[in-house]
Design a protein around this ligand. Sequence first.
Ligand code: SF4
Length: 652
Amino acid sequence: MGASADNGATSAGIVRTVCPRDCPDVCGMLAHVADGRVTKVVGDPDHPVTRGFICAKCRGYETWIHHPERLTTPLVRDRKGGELRSADWDEALDRVAGRFAAIMAEHGGQAILPYSYLGHMGIVSSRFPDRLWNRMNTPRVGAEICAMAGAEAMLRLVGRVRGTEPQHLSRTRLYVAWGKNPKETNVHLWSLIRDVPIKVVVDPFESDSARDADLHIQPRPGTDSMLVLGLMRVFLDNDWIDRDYIRRHTTGYEALAERVRAVSLDAVERVTGVPRDQVISLARLYHENRPGLLHIGVGLQRNVNGGEMVAAVAMLAALAGQIGVRGGGVLYANYDWRLNDISYGHLRSDGPRMYNMVKLGRYLTEDDHLKALYVYNQNPAATCPNQRLVRRGLAREDLFVVVHDLFLTDTARYADVVLPATSFAETRDLQLSYWHDYVQINNPAIPPLAGARSNRWVIAELARRLGFDEACFRQTDEDVIREALQGTGLDYEALTTGPVLWNDAERTSFDDGVFPTPSGRIELYPFDCTPCPDEGHPYRFITPKTMRLQGSQYGNMPDKLGDQATPWLYIHPGDAAREGIADGESLRVWNGRGEVTLIARVSARVQPGLVVSYMVRWGDNANATTPDRGADLAGNSTFHSNYVSVAPVAAS
Ligand code: SF4
């Protein structure tokens, strides 16, 4: 096979690369290369956000790039239930293309579901495959597994998914991490806010950020909209509302104010568990310390009322007149990327039918209309909710499963064909962040490792075998990037030499008072605090992110996980005593969807009635219990709207 291993990489030197992880920091990195191997990867000292360091889990990136378990040859399975065996690329790709062609002939492209997310955030790696899916008329999955409810809430409220940029954090007087643990999951922001005078964390769990904060507010999970109503009530009672701002920039204020006046602080305390004194204190801090930034974590939205809660927090910033203020306002994410569309939607003649990616298990098990699944940049057997249903679906006798990945992941173990993927160090790609506005090209540091091929290369080869001769499938990585950059004002060559700021450093989002909503204003509205169904189990179970886990991507490298190599379940001492649970004991954690064994960590870091375990691990994990119902907006995942029962394994 004439696999193009020549990606332009040199065999020695220092190469500017970019971390492709699904992480807001999108670090600029320097890869040190000798004899065709990456020997060291460090943070780029010249990158204004990275500033010379990368996070603990990615330190030692070279051990992941050259990991002995990297796949070096395609694997195929001759019959369901049989063993995977090595194959060459021609055999593997012919097998995939042949099966896809047969399915398309009999059922149409709508029977083949591509399944991906942000295992690699590069534009080429994540979006080039869209061309083939459009040409094949396949269905598509949305991006429901993480952030969409919050994005939709921001779009409805202010018209863009935008907020305060990192270059303005030096102005911030009060920083509120709302449902966010930046010390672990946005480490460069944590470094940038070191000198912010007051830091507050709103989180049901005492995270590492909460431990370091000046004030930790600990609402019951999912009650944040009630907490916001309480803060708004204090604002109204004290006439702290910015009435001039409300008049100039918002609609719907009177209806919202009427709703707020109907809420008592007693009710807020009863529902949220937050003492009314703390509610008043936080409101006062927010009023008196401007600019104040409300930074909403991507986690709040993973609830049945996720859109409601994100919108509520953002509306508080509007009442305070802070949206559009440098260093203040509200930030959920910054991802209105203005790239040229490279997906070639015009190749499509049908559809696409859209599938909610968190309901994969249902689609695969409730009927057999899907005949094939092509998985890349994702590991749904580990990361998708309702894990047992997903696995049952992946094991379906008549389902043709293809996985393109670097490792034999949980999902790959169900595959009929496994294709070895390249790492970021082996490809050229364009990287953007959903937090900062620095854009950069990831230069390939080394040629593809033996047997590994990039997403673009594999998709192009499949297109060729399927007889699709459009020129777009013959583009190089550079061609694709140049096309994505057309009309953006960004210069390809400049992006290869380092980060380029895409926006005016002096401006901040919404400082022009332009809100691209139907009314041209911030569209306020009254909201409630929607409860979560407990499904008959006593403990609310949330599964936040941590510094040590990046989706499932380091699941086979326990040394990366540190203390989190143990699948802890944090449980309050009072609950542990009542259940007869000792610290360090193996626990059954279950509900109607499934069961998993976790290890008790008895700790007052959780409130009574709440249990917490960090996500995601390979093998059976907390997703055995997590629900696949959609949130209130955008069909978002609801990992945190989950209830379980807990008991010592020994008592079973
Ligand atoms: S995971 Fe995030 S913090 Fe860590 S190196 Fe990658 S971009 Fe940087």
